[in-house]
Design a protein around this ligand. Sequence first.
Ligand SMILES: Nc1ncnc2c1ncn2[C@@H]1O[C@H](COP(=O)(O)OP(=O)(O)OP(=O)(O)O)[C@@H](O)[C@H]1O
Length: 291
Amino acid sequence: MSATPAAAATATAEAAAAHAEAVSCTGLTYAFGETKAVDDLDLGVREGEVFGLLGPNGAGKTTAIRCITTLLPVPAGMVRVFGHDAAKERMGVRRMLGYVPQQLSADGGLTGRENVALFARVFDVPRRERAARVDLALSAVDLSDAAGRLASTYSGGMIRRLELAQALVSAPRLLILDEPTIGLDPIARTGVWEHINAVREATGMTVLVTTHYMDEADQYCDRVGLMHRGRIRALGTPEQLRRGLAGRKGTDTLPTLEDVFRDIAGSGLDDNTGGGFREVRSTRRTARRVG
Ligand SMILES: Nc1ncnc2c1ncn2[C@@H]1O[C@H](COP(=O)(O)OP(=O)(O)OP(=O)(O)O)[C@@H](O)[C@H]1O
């Protein structure tokens, strides 16, 4: 029996809603002088998914993220967050975002609770709800017991979780994390991911994360985009990308995501990426401050 036109229309609307885009970049281009950091980037992040933007140092991940968060302008192309134009509706976009940058965003001279409360004020969480929302965010990242201690006494993993709480206190629809686990030991890395996943499962929030760690992306991301020289070079679930390479190579053994990346980026990966002085300095600074 065939579906009625009304049922078909409903099914189509449901399918569209299921794949509604949290982030959509079309033709996004951003240059620092002669360097095209982001080069005609097309990217769609679906509502509710964990999307990993992967790539080596200098691929353009942070620049793309900063355009999406409205911290950088959109000089060419279009960026939309839940349908809002990042160039024209900056405040509207910011209200929907929680952002954990690579750089330290917690103040060591404040307690964990004070840090989160500060973000609650900055993000206009209504005064009546603030204390409860701060408690909720701290408990979501397992920092309730340490909330009264100065952040300067926290371990690297705890600082990252505190920064996560700061970003979560405004109950964002989209959480953006730039290298959330850089410089952390494997146990702390797992801890950060487990907390991200728990919050996402509880709230249905969309997560956009950048990382160098292909193993983490493989394990925790629904879909990944492999970025190289300012553009997405491959897109899909980790399994699709790995099976795709196995098919191209005619092998039964499933390659790793890193193999996929090497296949796509080719030899240029070693010669032209890995970052210059700026990237190395920023990576080491980030690793040192959370280490
Ligand atoms: N403020 C800046 N001034 C000049 N060039 C910059 C600046 N920020 C980034 N770039 C250049 O833009 C390119 C992309 O850098 P970006 O930081 O976006 O890459 P990334 O993929 O995030 O790297 P990483 O993994 O090291 O954070 C690089 O060639 C970098 O040198």
